[in-house]
Design a protein around this ligand. Structure first.
Ligand SMILES: Cc1cc2nc3c(=O)[nH]c(=O)nc-3n(C[C@H](O)[C@H](O)[C@H](O)COP(=O)(O)O)c2cc1C
Length: 305
């Protein structure tokens, strides 16, 4: 019998577990629809912030041997300046995770309330970006702040499920996840980029990125993502959208065994292209066939048994 790859729990209802994470094609309707049509189970928007913000100057991304460093810098038109975008988005037929950020709790509330009016299926809280100064990842290093932002956002978004996105840099990521759950989070997304890291050009003797440092993503961070998802799963009952370094179906199965119900497919898109959602879903299916697993639920968190 064909294995069942549908993700269905109290929070998620996706046709398969592969999700486009925030920051990859997540700002144009046409591309997002194309990615869904080519096989993704759900789509996340590029993080939307409170005020227009430009990207850091070029170069803001550099491909390294085992991963990618980026300091795009959370560019956004500002939540109120995207009316055309939302008009298009009303045509979508895919589950949409709207990622938002603020530089303080008040801004998170303001953006969340506005975006909730656009009726995305989920709101993800980017409290974990490593490549901006003075905010970003700092919020999810502190369980009190992570909980406070989660609770206040929950108060203004009605029934829309909220997913705080966590940094692997926290001392105890399980504790942060627990604080978010207690504050009303419906699911947890983990992990955001690792770092920041740095690449120096030996010829110019200077950092390659204009921002000098950047978040590290791609294959090299997978063991960190697996450990983080494992630690989070131990502490909470709500589902986990896991991500970090997934390159193929077996990597996805590993993250699912650590505790993820669905998995983000990010940096590998640069190498495998948009069709990889379909391919990775097929690779998960092949693994399930070879291992007599008929439903994804049978292996979620299996590494904890
Ligand atoms: C170029 C780039 C831009 C990103 N932008 C965002 C963003 O706007 N918001 C966010 O929450 N995460 C952002 N991320 C992090 C990813 O969503 C994801 O958490 C991370 O890349 C780990 O997954 P991966 O190893 O499969 O890429 C970005 C990552 C990259 C490489």
């Amino acid at each position: 019998m064909k294995p069942d790859l549908r993700v269905k729990n109290k929070v998620f209802d996706f046709r398969n577990p592969t999700v486009l994470p925030s920051g990859f094609y997540g700002d144009k309707y046409k591309e997002m629809q194309e990615i869904y049509d080519s096989g993704a189970g759900a789509i996340t928007l590029k993080s939307i912030g409170p005020k227009e913000r430009k990207s850091h100057p070029f170069p803001f991304i550099v491909k390294l041997e085992h991963g990618t460093l980026n300091a795009v810098g959370l560019p956004t038109p500002g939540h109120k300046n995207m009316e055309d975008f939302w008009e298009n988005m009303n045509k979508r037929n895919f589950p949409l995770i709207a990622s938002i950020y603020g530089t303080n709790t008040k801004e998170f509330i303001e953006v969340a309330e506005f975006i909730a009016g656009k009726k995305p299926e989920f709101i993800e809280l980017n409290i974990s970006c490593p490549n901006v100064d003075n905010f970003g990842m700092l919020f999810s290093c502190d369980s009190k702040i992570a909980g406070e932002i989660t609770e206040k956002v929950k108060n203004v978004v009605g029934k829309i499920p909220v997913l705080p996105k966590l940094t692997p840099q926290a001392n105890d990521i399980g504790k942060i996840a627990k604080a978010c759950e207690e504050a009303g989070a419906n699911a947890i997304t983990a992990i955001n980029s690792v770092g920041p890291g740095m690449k120096i050009n030996l010829k110019t003797k200077k950092p390659v990125l204009s921002f000098k440092k950047g978040g590290y993503t791609g294959a090299a961070i997978k063991p960190i993502a697996v450990r983080c998802v494992y630690d989070i799963y131990k502490e909470i009952e709500i589902p986990i959208l896991g991500m970090g370094g997934i390159s193929n179906g077996e990597d996805a199965v590993e993250l699912i065994m650590a505790g993820a119900s669905a998995v983000g497919i990010g940096t590998v898109l640069y190498a495998r292209g948009k069709t990889c959602f379909n391919e990775i879903t097929k690779e998960i299916e092949d693994w399930m066939n070879q291992n007599n697993v008929s439903k994804l639920n049978e292996i979620i968190g299996k590494a904890h048994d």
